[in-house]
Ligand binder design. Structure first.
Ligand code: FES
Length: 110
């Protein structure tokens, strides 16, 4: 009756989605469910590959987010690290992490 609320996390660009408990880190929830969509790296705020933009919904930080990975300007534009961010409502995310770019770059090599 007083369980932790669960939120729906959607990535409109790819159609992927997963559920995440209130105040649970987005990336950890995705990995736990075996889902894909956000690039997975260190899971600890250290590599920056899980960078996302929150398009809709509200979030809270679960730990420090290094300015080396998310500048103040990016933070002001709702950009954050999925391993250091938890939902407080349903979310829509845009993936900005570098792994996607390098993956696409590798695909375009002959
Ligand atoms: S997975 Fe490395 S910073 Fe998020």
């Amino acid at each position: 009756m007083f369980g932790i609320p669960t939120h729906s996390i959607a990535i409109p660009a790819t159609g992927e989605h997963f559920s995440c408990k209130d105040h649970e880190a987005l990336l950890a929830a995705m990995v736990k469910l075996g889902r894909r969509g956000i690039p997975v790296g260190c899971l600890n705020g250290g590599c920056g590959v899980c960078k996302v933009r929150v398009l809709k919904g509200s979030v809270v930080a679960t730990g420090p987010i290094s300015r080396a990975h998310v500048s103040q300007e990016e933070a002001d534009a709702n950009i954050t690290l999925a391993c250091r961010t938890a939902p407080t409502s349903d979310l829509e995310l845009e993936i900005l992490g570098k792994m996607k770019k390098s993956f696409l770059a590798q695909c375009s090599k002959p």
